[in-house]
Design a protein around this ligand. Structure first.
Ligand SMILES: Cc1ncc(COP(=O)(O)O)c(C=O)c1O
Length: 437
């Protein structure tokens, strides 16, 4: 083979494509950017959540209440290193064979296996029939950054996400992966509940074979999940339209305090015979935010497809993150393998979810005592880390400037930012803006 006819293989939209040097005159040429082109660079706008967090941290008022970012805080308003995680760190530090070598391309195999069992269930038919593949990711971001949609499911052309997370990362990441994003209504601001009929209509109207991103539990930002009956209807329509479920699971065990309960929707879809993907993040339920621990699990019709999918997952890791980070996944792996640590972790989870539930009750109790106008029962019925308060943008701006309370423009609060020391002040601030703005 001469140099001129030598073929190169590149990845385009996730598909392997052959180029010959004849076809591409610029092949092999370095890409240069002149200084005039650098000076044309545009300034990107700041990420809204991190901007809000920055404003809050810069606010030195003793009254500041940080309800911005979704990260757990203890009753003193401090980040919490889970006791089970602390112990796992000791185990790792005391292990003379521990090292900092690269992980395998799939990450830690035992971690992947247990993560898949955690979401699919120990007795899942998909596990028994080996028709699943799991790979370690950077939280639940790998699948977005890659062109997984095109690689695994070529027919998919649409992706729907949530209008109220416009300010979040998801649409940007999907767009960067080359997938067209269509937004669907999920929240009905009038009733402060799920816009169920509109959601069903969207499922019915979307082109067959669309990908739907579904939050497995504890929907962010609304804290509002479909009931089992509603999930069943959603699954039925999706089946009839050959839509593809893509579960985003960032709060398993954190929502209800029960890992199995929170996995119900994903397991139901598997039982119904869907092929699906589920991205798990262990940021929240292990408190390992910056360690970037997650797993992508795919369920397929048979073990042969699962084997091929695994090879695709590995390629995606290699060409996107190259190799998954080790530290956090090693800690989770230690906990998964040790029965008593695993039990302790479940207790830690329960403690986090119970404290948040307690804060929901306290907020509503205080608002009732203050005779704040309006129905606040949605704060109680919502679950997980967030609550969609229903405050307007003007009220959100006022609560920030007058009371140093930081929440997203849409009125989402991270319940974990509330504690015994600040919940009354928060309710008083809400009471004031509701009456005056
Ligand atoms: C539903 C959902 N998915 C994903 C994420 C991203 O978190 P991470 O990148 O730490 O997994 C979040 C974070 O708030 C989330 O709420």
């Amino acid at each position: 083979m001469t140099a001129a006819t030598k073929k190169r293989r590149t990845q385009e939209n996730g598909n392997s494509v052959e180029h010959s040097n004849k076809q591409s005159k610029t092949a092999g040429m370095p890409i240069t950017l002149s200084s005039s082109e650098y000076s044309n660079l545009t300034l990107e706008s700041e990420d809204s959540i991190f901007k809000l967090l920055g404003e809050c941290l810069a606010d030195k008022s003793p009254d500041t209440i940080n309800l911005s970012v979704g990260a757990y805080r203890d009753n003193n308003g401090k980040p919490w290193v889970l006791p089970a995680v602390k112990k796992a760190k000791q185990v790792l530090f005391n292990d003379p064979s521990a090292n900092h070598e690269y992980l395998a391309l799939e990450g830690i195999a035992s971690f992947n296996e247990e993560a898949a069992k955690l979401i699919l269930g120990q007795n899942s038919s998909a596990i028994a029939q080996k028709r699943y593949s799991a790979i370690q990711t950077i939280c639940d971001c790998l699948y977005y950054k890659s062109n997984l949609g095109q690689v695994i499911i070529a027919k998919v052309s649409y992706l729907l996400t949530h209008p109220l997370i416009k300010t979040g990362n998801h649409p940007k990441i999907f767009a960067a992966a080359g997938l067209p994003v269509v937004e669907y209504e999920y929240w009905n601001p009038k009733t402060r509940s799920l816009n169920y009929e509109v959601l069903l209509a969207t499922l019915n109207e979307a082109p067959n074979g669309s990908i739907f991103v579904l939050h497995a539990c504890a929907h962010n930002p609304t804290g509002l999940d479909p009931t089992h009956v509603q999930w069943k209807k959603i699954a039925k329509i999706m089946k009839s339209k050959a839509h593809f479920p893509f579960f985003d699971c960032a709060y398993q065990g954190f929502a209800s305090g029960d890992l199995d309960k929170d996995a119900w929707a994903v397991r139901y879809f598997v039982e119904q015979g869907f092929d699906l993907l589920c991205a798990q993040s262990f940021s929240k339920n292990f408190g390992l935010y910056s360690e970037r621990v997650g797993c992508l699990t795919g369920v397929f019709s048979n073990s042969e497809v699962a084997r091929k999918a695994k090879s695709q997952f590995v390629c995606l890791v290699r060409c996107s993150i190259s190799n998954a980070p080790g530290f956090g996944a090693k800690l989770v792996d230690i906990i998964f393998k040790d029965e008593s640590l695993c039990l302790e972790w479940k207790k830690n989870l329960k403690e986090m979810s119970s404290r948040i539930t307690g804060m929901r009750e306290k907020v509503v109790q205080h608002l009732k005592q203050l005779e704040t106008p309006g129905d606040w029962s949605h704060i109680l019925s919502q679950i997980g880390m967030f609550s969609y308060t229903g405050l307007t943008m003007q009220q959100v701006a006022a609560i920030k400037s007058k009371f140093h309370v930081y929440m997203t423009d849409e009125g989402r609060i991270s319940m974990a930012g509330l504690n015994e020391g600040n919940v009354r002040k928060f309710a008083e601030a809400v009471n004031w803006v509701v009456r005056n703005i």
